[in-house]
Design a protein. Structure first.
Length: 342
C-alpha cells in the first residue's frame, strides 16, 4: 500500500463510442483499483453512442451511485477521441487524471503505483507515468496479432508495447496518469487530429523539458483486433496520421521507407531485364533478403505456438506494408492532392 501522508484526488476517464461489448470490463477495472475509493471519481465521456452503450452506462451509473461511487457521464457531440479526452480533463476534479480505452483493462494496483511514482519523481520533472500493454487476442488470428504487437520486429522500440525491465524514461506513455496542471501549461489534445493526438501532445510536453516514465509493474490488458481487415484498417490509419500530424519518431517512419523501397524495387526489376544489368537487381534485393531473414527469425521467436508462428509470416508484412501505405497516402494528400485543389 501507499506509505505517503498526502494522497491526491484522482479522476479516471473512459472515452467511448459504440463499445457496448467492452465498456463493462473496462469500467470494472477502474472500480477494482486498490487506491482509496473516496479519492477517485470516474467520468465516462460518450460520443453519442447508438449501439446501447449509453443506456448500459446510465444503468450502471445509477447502481454505483447508490454504493457511494463518484461516477458520471458527459456527452461528446464531436464524437472523436481528442474532443472526448479534452471534455473529460476539463471537467475533472482530480489533481491527477488518467484515461483508458474501452478495449483495455488496468490491473488493480495500476493507479496506486502511478500515483506513488508521480509523487516520488516531482523533482525529476516527471508529469506522466504509464504502463505496459499485455496484448490479448481472440482466436488464432487474434492471438497472432497480439504476438505481433508485442514484437520489436512488429512495432519497433515502443517501450509500452514490448515492455521494460525497470522504470524507464520514454518518449511517450500509454494510458498515463498526468498531473492535471500540465494541460493548463501545455494545452490540450489537438482536436484536428483523428489519431496520433497523444504523440502530438507528448511532443509539446517534452519540448518544455518535462518527462514521461514507463513502469513495468503498471500492467494493462489490451484487446487487439481479431481479424486481418481490422489490422489493416488500424495500420493504415496509424500510418496515415503519423505523417498527417507531422509528429512521429523513427519507428513510425520505417514502414514508409520500406514501402518506398518495395516500389523502387519494382522499378529496378523492370529496367534491369538485360543480362548485363542483373547484378544491379541482385544487389538492390539485399534489403528484402535481410527483411525476409528477420521475418522468419522473429516469427519463430515471437509466435507462441506453431500456428501463430506461421501466421506471423504473413501478418508482419501485412502490417508493415499497410502502415507504410497509410504514410504514403498522407504524403500524397499533403504535397500533391492539396496543391491540385489549390
Amino acid at each position: 500500500m501507499l506509505e505517503i501522508s498526502y494522497l491526491p484526488f484522482i479522476t479516471l476517464l473512459i472515452v467511448v463510442r459504440n463499445e457496448r461489448s467492452y465498456i463493462q470490463k473496462s469500467l470494472n477495472s477502474l472500480l477494482n483499483q486498490t487506491y482509496p475509493k473516496e479519492l477517485i471519481e470516474i467520468i465516462i465521456v460518450d460520443g453519442m453512442s447508438s449501439d446501447g452503450t449509453r443506456e448500459l452506462v446510465k444503468k450502471v451509473i445509477e447502481e454505483l451511485r447508490r454504493t457511494g461511487i463518484s461516477i458520471s457521464m458527459i456527452n461528446n457531440p464531436q464524437y472523436i477521441l481528442a474532443s472526448g479526452w479534452n471534455i473529460g480533463i476539463k471537467n475533472a476534479k482530480g489533481e491527477i487524471v488518467c484515461r483508458i480505452d474501452t478495449h483495455s483493462e488496468i490491473y488493480p494496483d495500476y493507479v496506486e503505483i502511478g500515483v506513488r511514482e508521480l509523487l516520488k519523481r516531482k523533482e525529476e520533472k516527471v508529469v506522466c507515468v504509464g504502463g505496459v500493454l499485455e496484448n490479448v487476442g481472440d482466436g488464432k488470428i487474434g492471438e497472432s496479432i497480439a504476438d505481433l504487437f508485442s514484437s520489436k520486429f512488429g512495432v519497433g522500440n515502443s517501450a509500452f508495447r514490448t515492455g521494460v525491465k525497470e522504470p524507464k524514461y520514454t518518449d511517450t506513455a500509454v494510458f498515463g496518469l498526468y498531473w492535471k496542471w500540465i494541460f493548463d501549461e501545455i494545452g490540450y489534445f489537438n482536436e484536428a487530429l483523428k489519431r496520433n493526438q497523444d504523440i502530438d501532445l507528448h511532443d509539446r510536453i517534452l519540448k518544455l523539458g518535462y518527462k514521461f516514465l514507463t513502469h513495468p509493474d503498471m500492467k494493462i490488458k489490451y484487446y487487439v483486433r481479431n481479424n486481418i481487415s481490422g489490422l489493416i484498417k488500424k495500420a493504415f490509419g496509424d500510418g496515415y496520421w503519423v505523417v498527417a500530424s507531422s509528429r512521429s519518431y523513427l519507428r513510425h517512419k520505417v514502414p514508409f521507407y520500406f514501402v518506398l523501397y518495395l516500389l523502387s524495387l519494382l522499378f529496378i526489376i523492370l529496367i534491369t531485364n538485360s543480362t548485363n544489368l542483373l547484378w544491379i537487381r541482385y544487389i538492390y534485393m539485399m534489403p528484402l533478403i535481410i527483411y525476409t531473414l528477420f521475418l522468419f527469425f522473429f516469427s519463430i521467436k515471437d509466435g507462441k505456438s506453431l500456428i501463430r508462428k506461421l501466421l506471423l509470416l504473413f501478418l508482419f508484412p501485412i502490417f508493415h506494408i499497410s502502415y507504410g501505405l497509410g504514410s504514403f497516402k498522407a504524403l500524397l494528400d499533403r504535397y500533391i492532392f492539396e496543391r491540385v485543389k489549390e
